[in-house]
Design a protein around this ligand. Structure first.
Ligand code: ATP
Length: 289
C-alpha cells in the first residue's frame, strides 16, 4: 500500500485527530512543556487540568502556532502544524478562545463575531497561504463589494452563532462589545471562535470568573455543541471539576510541564497523585462555581 494511501486511510479513521509527540518548549531555563505526548481523536472532548504554571496555556499557544516548540511534532489529521504560522493553523480549522476576554474597541457584538469569520472570507475556505489579517478584517467590516454576497452568508452564520447563546448575546447584537458584562464577553469570545466552524476548538478556561448559574449554562452549551457537532474536537482547559466531570470523556493532568495522568475523569480524579497534589487544591480554590 502506498504511503499516501496509508495516510489517507489514517486520516479517514480519525478525520481531525490532534496528535502531540514529544512536544517540549523552554522559556530560558524553564521547561514550560516537557515531552508532552497525547492524541485527541476527532470528535473527542478532552479536558486539561493542573495547577497554575503547569503548562496548560503554553500547550494551547503551541497548538495554535503562537509559540514554536523546541522539540516534538504537532499534527491535526493529515496536517503537520509544527512549523506553521498561526494564520495557516487557523485556516486549517483550529480556533481558540482566550483566558481573558478580549474585545475590539468600537465594534458591535455582531461585528465582533464577524471578525471570527475572516479566515473564510477570501476564497471562501481554508486556503493554504498566509493572509493579511487586517485586510480581511477590513473587508468584513466595511463590506467591500467583491465580498458582499459572501458577507451576507457569513452574517447569517454569525447570527446563528449568537443565537446559540439564547438571549444572552442575540438581543445585544448591535450594542458595543465593550458594554457587555464580563460573562457575556466570555460568551462572545467563544462565539467568535465557533463562527469559524473549526474542526478543533481550544477553550482556555471558558467559565473563569463566572458564577454558578453562568458556569452551568455555559457547560450545558458546550455539551450541546459536542452533541450537535460530533466531528468537532474540543480541548478545554478547565479548573472547575464539576464542569470537567460533566463534559469531558478524558482528562489530562499536567504538572511542571509534563503529563501526570491521562485517563477518564473518574480515574483521574480518583488518582491519589492528582487528588493530593493538584485537584484537591484546585477543588478548594477553583471548583465552586
Ligand atoms: N512567554 C513566556 N515567557 C516566559 N515564561 C513563560 C511564557 N509563557 C509561559 N511561561 C512560563 O511557563 C510556565 C507554564 O505557563 P502556562 O501559562 O502554560 O501555565 P498554565 O498551566 O496555563 O497556568 P495558569 O493556570 O496559571 O494559566 C509558567 O512558569 C510560565 O511562567
Amino acid at each position: 500500500m502506498s504511503a499516501a494511501l496509508t495516510q489517507a486511510l489514517a486520516a479517514h479513521r480519525h478525520p481531525g485527530a490532534l496528535v502531540l509527540e514529544g512536544v517540549t518548549r523552554r522559556f530560558g531555563g524553564l521547561v514550560a512543556t516537557n515531552e508532552v505526548t497525547f492524541t485527541v481523536p476527532g470528535g473527542e472532548l478532552l479536558a486539561i487540568v493542573g495547577p497554575n504554571g503547569a503548562g496548560k496555556s503554553t500547550l494551547v499557544q503551541l497548538i495554535t502556532g503562537f509559540v514554536r516548540p523546541d522539540a516534538g511534532r504537532i499534527r491535526l489529521g493529515p496536517h503537520d502544524l509544527t512549523r506553521l504560522p498561526p494564520e495557516r493553523i487557523s485556516a486549517l480549522g483550529v480556533a481558540r478562545s482566550f483566558q481573558t476576554s478580549r474585545v475590539f474597541p468600537g465594534l458591535t457584538v455582531l461585528e465582533s463575531v464577524l471578525v471570527g469569520t475572516q479566515v473564510q472570507l477570501i476564497g471562501g475556505g481554508r486556503l493554504p497561504r498566509a493572509f493579511n489579517t487586517l485586510a480581511e478584517t477590513a473587508s468584513v467590516l466595511f463590506g467591500l463589494p467583491a465580498y458582499a454576497a459572501r458577507r451576507r452568508l457569513l452574517e447569517d452564520r454569525a447570527e446563528a452563532t449568537l443565537k446559540l447563546f439564547g438571549d444572552r448575546l442575540w438581543p445585544r447584537r448591535d450594542a458595543p462589545a465593550f458594554s457587555l458584562s464580563y460573562a457575556n464577553r466570555r460568551r462572545l469570545e467563544i462565539a467568535r471562535a465557533l463562527v469559524a466552524e473549526p474542526d478543533l476548538l481550544l477553550l482556555d478556561e471558558p467559565t473563569a470568573g463566572m458564577n454558578p448559574t453562568e458556569t452551568g449554562e455555559l457547560a450545558d452549551l458546550i455539551a450541546q455543541l459536542h452533541a450537535d457537532r460530533p466531528a468537532l474536537t474540543i480541548v478545554m482547559i478547565e479548573h472547575k471539576l464539576q464542569v470537567v466531570r460533566q463534559l469531558a470523556s478524558r482528562v489530562i493532568v499536567m504538572n511542571h510541564g509534563s503529563v501526570l495522568v491521562d485517563a477518564t475523569p473518574e480515574e483521574a480524579l480518583a488518582d491519589p497523585r492528582v487528588v493530593t497534589a493538584y485537584l484537591g487544591r484546585a477543588e478548594t480554590s477553583h471548583a465552586h462555581g
